[in-house]
Design a protein around this ligand. Structure first.
Ligand code: G3P
Ligand code: CA
Length: 250
């Protein structure tokens, strides 16, 4: 099976991660999905930032959850040539829904769900409702996929929005027997490429239980071919253009 290609934090191998430029490039290159990490600001906005702080990805410093959206937006998340604002999840959803060439999906990973006690999932769901995409006709038709390393986050999403597809990220023990993926009813498993290489039977076991596999972060050609040959459904990569070209030429 040819895997579908998810741009990890956008085309983040070429452009600054979690910026509109990175996501626009991924869409232009033909990505099937866009991955983003989301956090809550102090004033309850959902922003696309991976780390707890903005120190690595902007010209500022500070903890995302302790700052307002306005103060976060006082810093630059792009490059000297191409400055960028902190990206709201709503802006990313708008980009994807406005992109008519291909109906790409958004893979939304909630960060720190345990600490927020459900607030992040509820706020993300409210955003999906606002855009009319929280209640897809089926998991296949859904434009959004919710992902987390926290089983509790996947569980909350499954209860609140049963047709939204979910990915439980993490280690192999979660995906076998009556592990966490079964307990919380995740629609897909999300091992890293390292975990998958160590446990090559994971994809088949998941498929036998009706679950697809999402694998990250697949930037190496041999890893990509391994994912294709084992039946991985989604590969997340920092280089979507190159990955799609590799798949085309195989
Ligand atoms: O796509 C899943 C992957 O992004 C999980 O790891 O640290 O990049 O969020 P991380
Ligand atoms: Ca992520």
């Amino acid at each position: 099976m040819t895997p579908l290609v998810v741009a990890h934090r956008g085309a983040s191998g070429e452009r600054p991660e979690h910026t509109l430029a990175a996501y626009e490039q991924a869409l232009r290159e033909g990505a099937d999905g866009l991955e983003c990490d989301v956090r809550l600001t102090r004033d309850g906005k959902v922003v696309c930032v991976h780390d707890r702080t903005i120190d690595r990805t902007s010209n500022g410093t500070g903890i995302v959850s302790a700052m307002t959206y306005e103060s976060l937006n006082g810093f630059d998340y792009g490059t000297a040539d191409d400055p960028a604002n902190v990206l709201l999840l709503s802006e990313l959803i708008e980009l994807v829904l406005d992109w008519k060439t291909k109906p790409a999906k958004i893979f939304i990973e909630t960060k720190h769900p345990v600490r927020y006690g459900g607030l992040i999932e509820n706020t993300v769901l409210a955003e999906l409702h606002r855009f009319g995409i929280a209640r897809p006709g089926s998991a296949t038709l859904s434009r959004a996929v919710i992902m987390s390393f926290a089983p509790s986050a996947v569980w909350r999403i499954r209860r609140a929005a049963p047709l939204l597809p979910t990915v439980l990220l993490g280690s192999a023990s979660r995906y076998v027997g009556g592990g966490a993926a079964t307990t919380v009813g995740a629609t897909a498993i999300g091992p890293s490429i390292r975990t998958l290489r160590e446990h090559p039977d994971l994809v088949d076991r998941a498929a036998a239980a009706g679950r697809a596999t999402y694998c990250w972060t697949v930037d190496d050609r041999a890893d990509l071919e391994y994912c294709r040959d084992t039946g991985v459904r989604w590969v997340a990569t920092n280089h979507p253009g190159r990955t799609l070209a590799w798949l085309d030429s195989a």
